[in-house]
Design a protein around this ligand. Structure first.
Ligand SMILES: [Fe+2]
Ligand SMILES: [Fe+2]
Length: 556
């Protein structure tokens, strides 16, 4: 990188407080758990926040200037002083656990002003899947400079944390170590998210999963994260681990949408930060395994309809947008916009939303107003300033339809945004396959897709709809099929081979007699036998809603 002279707000301004001093070996003189020890902990936390701040400045500055540039002096010197102060007994580790920063075992609680800095570092650590960054007294000025230069020159898109670690060693950078993020298993037990028997599948919505998943993981804390006890063991099976992560992320998004909708209803202030983080987590997981994350959208917990619907629409929109080449960095904004597309419904009384019978004309008027009410509601919210206008567009346009056959009706010329067109598809698909919208009975995913394809180019953007079909598969994820062996199977993910889209990955769920089997085999229907014929074939599609069959349990 060259020495580009860019005139911009000096990044070092972010450092607001002076560095606190911390008397050497004081920690050993103080009784653990005493008041003085609390003060010491507070002081360490305060220093930790300053370390985070300076690290953020160092990384940002290194993106602009060469490692030897004077602009780096201030953050480097400040970091060295902080490391010297904190790491006199043992190296100091900055950790990221469940999107929270820790200094050693102490949670770095940040205030509103420090939030932007903390979020910036959290994002950086998450991008690299870094769980810990350790600094020891061995670190010198040249090491910090070299490390920052290396850090900003590597692209997380094609390099991993291992590449970083290797390069740190290769360049002889001393005193700085990186650790990978640790994954925690969800505690299994009655009523927890890990319990996925047929009877409990419906319970794993945000209502319960949100309480068990993240809380269990949170309680384990960074101090014990590495312990391999019977309850908090790390999951050896990466597939199970991915599922657990997906469930957790889904629950977190659901939880945050619940909290935000509630506070919007009560007229309180709303912060999108938590929801944004949860969405980012989903995006990261989706990059690894899109099908598993989309499988979560088959989760239809009836009393949680509104929340599940919002989360599902968000997930489906992100997947579609990603396939449509939407800028990666903007996927989280889109996901957030999708999450709140029905925000305007918070102005509709609960009695109307939950009405068991038919809607009156008046109810329909209220219902048809929700896109506009959403725009009004969103614009009133605090924190909206740094969110793109697409959030309002998503709310305003999601029922408009490409040919303007929907609502609201406009008297002025209008072009529906890309976000709006993506939303229309994701929203319709999820609403139709769920049972709670406007008292309609749910339809099977494949029926919905066929219905939508019949309106391609009219209600829906034809190109986007085609991409969407690729996303969920022509036999959508969650569909129930009968194989030529008379076994029933559920579609797990679309075929990778574009020429064989009707041959997805499935899991066998019954024997030929129709008795359900546990841990049925997974089949790639594009696999052929020795004679070159397909090994297994689908003979017909089963309407899982007709049979009241909940396929979501194969995903959660
Ligand atoms: Fe809507
Ligand atoms: Fe909706």
């Amino acid at each position: 990188m060259s020495d580009i002279k860019i005139k911009e707000t000096p990044v070092e301004d972010e450092q607001a407080q002076p560095i606190l001093t911390h008397e050497k070996s004081l920690s050993q003189k103080i009784a653990h758990g005493s008041e003085a020890s609390d003060i010491l902990d507070q002081q360490m936390v305060s220093l930790g926040i300053q370390l985070v701040t300076q690290l953020n400045v160092l990384i940002k500055t290194s993106r602009i200037y060469e490692r030897t540039n004077k602009a780096l002096d201030k953050p480097v010197d400040a970091m060295l002083t902080l490391i010297k102060t904190m790491a006199h007994d043992q190296p100091v580790t900055l950790r990221l656990q469940n999107d929270f920063l820790f200094l050693g075992d102490s949670h770095l609680k940040v205030n509103a002003q420090q939030m932007a800095v903390a979020t910036s570092i959290i994002d950086v650590l998450n991008t690299w899947k870094i769980g810990g960054m350790t600094f020891s007294l061995a670190a010198e000025s040249k090491d910090l400079r070299e490390f920052a230069a290396l850090f900003v020159s590597f692209d997380p898109g094609n390099k991993t944390i291992e590449d970083l670690q290797k390069e740190i060693r290769a360049r002889g950078i001393a005193g700085i170590d990186l650790e990978e993020q640790r994954q925690l298993q969800i505690r299994k037990g009655p009523g927890t998210a890990g319990n996925t028997g047929p009877g409990t599948a419906g319970n794993t919505g945000p209502g319960t999963a949100g309480n068990t998943g993240p809380r269990t993981a949170g309680n384990t804390g960074p101090g014990t994260a590495g312990n391999t006890g019977p309850d908090g063991t790390e999951n050896a099976d990466p597939k199970m681990q991915r599922k657990a992560n997906g469930r957790n992320a889904y629950a977190k998004v659901g939880g945050s949408v619940g909290t935000l909708t509630q506070s919007a209803r009560e007229g309180g202030t709303v912060s999108f930060k938590q929801a944004r983080r949860a969405i980012q987590n989903i995006i990261d997981l989706m990059v690894d395994d899109e099908a598993s994350i989309l499988g979560l959208t088959t989760l239809r917990c009836h009393d949680q309809y509104t929340h599940n619907h919002s989360v599902n629409v968000s997930l489906l929109s992100i997947a579609l947008a990603n396939r449509a080449g939407y800028p990666k960095v903007e996927l989280a904004d889109l996901g957030l916009a999708a999450l709140f597309h029905d925000m305007g419904k918070s102005t509709i009384p609960m009695e109307v939303l939950n009405k068991p019978g038919e809607f009156t004309d008046e109810d329909w008027v209220a219902m048809r107003n929700h896109p506009t009410e959403g725009v009004l509601g969103l614009s009133k919210m605090r924190g909206i300033t740094n969110l793109p206008g697409r959030m309002a567009a998503a709310s305003f346009e999601h029922h408009m339809n490409l040919d303007f056959s929907g609502y609201p009706k406009l008297t002025v010329p209008w072009t529906i945004s890309l976000t709006g067109r993506i939303l229309t598809i994701a929203d319709c698909y999820d609403a139709m396959t769920s049972s709670r919208v406007y008292r309609r009975e749910p339809m099977s995913p494949s029926k919905v897709l066929n219905m939508m394809l019949s309106k391609s180019g009219k209600s829906f953007d034809a190109v986007l709809l085609k991409l969407f079909v690729n996303c969920v598969g022509i036999l959508p994820i969650g569909s129930l099929v009968m194989l030529d062996t008379n076994e029933l199977a559920v579609v797990l993910k679309p075929a990778v081979d574009k020429a064989n889209t009707e041959r997805p990955f499935v899991r066998v769920i019954t024997d030929p007699q129709g008795n359900s089997v546990d841990h049925g085999r997974e089949i790639d229907l594009t696999e052929k036998n020795e004679t070159g014929d397909f090994r297994d074939n689908i003979i017909r599609l089963i309407d899982n809603t007709e049979y009241k069959f909940d396929t979501s349990r194969y995903f959660v």
